[in-house]
Design a protein around this ligand. Structure first.
Ligand code: ADP
Length: 259
């Protein structure tokens, strides 16, 4: 029996688009800042399509070996061990490469032949090519932050995917998400979303990333479990955003007036 579906509130037409991408096995790129529901969306879609989901959180040390596989020593023997990408290809799972631009360049090279008509993976250490299972699908996410510190994804790689942009939902929907996720009072949810909207519009603060839905969910959880509102907002929204003491003070003052 299927587990319960993860809660996901659709924002646009992304569910329909994903279903068609899956039918046609076109690689799918989720673009957007952190905490905008990308991972939740893919969990929801995997459940809806009844497919296994294998998620890899890419970071600067993630190499193609981590994804494809490696020889390991077991007792006196050296044996080959498939990595998560190879497993997904063989089993027909959906693989989700979260923050793909963070990974080492050889990861991008390794997935190229999976993203076109070939749908195959060359395992150089085995000198073998593995054809992808019919149900296999490649999904990746990418944070197109324009600030320093974010890595770019080359056009030649981007154009191997269809792409959907994720952003912060409109206020009503975001408040509904908070209530659904945390059971917080509707009125508090609205106030938290108002705070987020206000801070998101303060572009002059020069924050690398602004208030995500994830931060609001955390604040709502703390409030729902009984932490005083102002303290919850300070630790869940203000402090994670910046270390600049003047900005922290200014944001605290602003939030105190709004919660
Ligand atoms: P990302 O992968 O974009 O960094 P997540 O998918 O982890 O973000 O989302 C962070 C949190 O925000 C989720 O755990 C969930 O509580 C909430 N969330 C964001 N968008 C949605 C949405 N559309 N529907 C349901 N929950 C959402």
């Amino acid at each position: 029996m299927k587990n319960r579906a993860p809660y996901y509130h659709q924002i646009g037409k992304e569910v329909e688009v994903f279903e068609h991408a899956y039918k046609n096995k076109i690689p799918f790129l989720l673009k957007g800042p952190t905490g905008t529901g990308k991972s939740r969306f893919i969990e929801y879609m995997a459940h809806k399509l009844d497919k296994k989901l294998i998620t890899i959180s890419c970071h600067e040390e993630t190499s193609s070996t981590d994804l494809v596989g490696r020889y390991i020593i077991k007792g006196a023997e050296t044996i080959w061990s498939d990595g998560p990408l190879t497993n997904a290809i063989k089993e027909g799972a959906i693989i989700y490469l979260d923050e793909i631009a963070e990974a080492r360049p050889d990861v991008i090279v390794a997935i190229h032949s999976l993203t076109d008509h070939r749908r195959e993976l060359f395992i150089d250490k085995l000198g073998k090519t593995v054809k992808a299972h019919e149900d296999f699908m490649l999904v990746a996410s990418f944070n197109p932050g324009y600030q320093k510190g974010f890595k770019e994804l080359k056009p030649s790689t981007r154009q191997r995917f269809i792409a959907t942009a994720f952003a912060y939902p409109e206020a009503k929907i975001e408040a509904a998400i908070l209530v659904n996720e945390t059971n917080v009072d509707k009125d508090i949810a609205k106030k938290l979303v108002n705070i987020a909207t206000k801070i998101r519009n303060l572009t002059e603060l020069g924050l690398a990333e602004t208030v995500s839905t994830r931060l609001l969910v955390d604040a709502a959880k703390l409030i729902h479990s009984g932490l005083p509102k102002r303290l919850a907002v300070e630790v869940a929204i203000v402090e994670p955003l910046t270390d600049d003491l003047d900005v922290v003070e200014a944001l605290k003052d602003l939030c105190n007036l709004m919660i």
